[in-house]
Design a protein around this ligand. Structure first.
Ligand code: 5GP
Ligand code: ZN
Length: 116
């Protein structure tokens, strides 16, 4: 995986320059626990490649996007989530995106949750 942005916090996590509690890793994807969780289990699934937002994906990314979605239920099962979960991708300013490296939130665990 080539493209990386030296100023991007999630690229720094991919590169091991800042720590994160990893939940899953393969050649193209990384999953780690959100630093400010909304739910008992709250992970972020990201491509290792720097793609700023979901609005920036191209057809060549379709397989990677499918892998992100397909990983979510496997990861939730592995993390002990057995009663459902939410998936969320915030895109752009009006989509309330804060970190401009594509990521999918996956949240689960018993309610009540802090948010969401
Ligand atoms: P967004 O609003 O962009 O969809 O969500 C960004 C998420 O990234 C937030 O839930 C925030 O808590 C999380 N986050 C931001 N910086 C870090 C970090 O350095 N480490 C981890 N693990 N999560 C982060
Ligand atoms: Zn990045």
């Amino acid at each position: 995986m080539s493209h990386s942005d030296p100023n991007c916090i999630f690229c720094k996590i991919v590169a091991g320059q800042i720590p994160a509690k990893k939940a899953y890793e393969d050649e193209q994807l990384l999953a780690f626990h959100d630093i400010n969780p909304w739910a008992p289990v709250h992970v972020l699934i990201i491509p290792k490649q720097h793609i700023a937002t979901l609005a920036d994906v191209e057809p060549a990314h379709d397989a990677m996007l499918g892998a992100m979605l397909g990983l979510a239920p496997r990861l939730m099962k592995q993390l002990g989530v057995s009663n459902g979960f939410r998936t969320l991708i915030n895109t752009g300013r009006d989509g309330m995106q804060e970190v401009y490296h594509l990521h999918m939130h996956v949240m689960g665990g018993p309610r009540p949750w802090a948010r969401g």
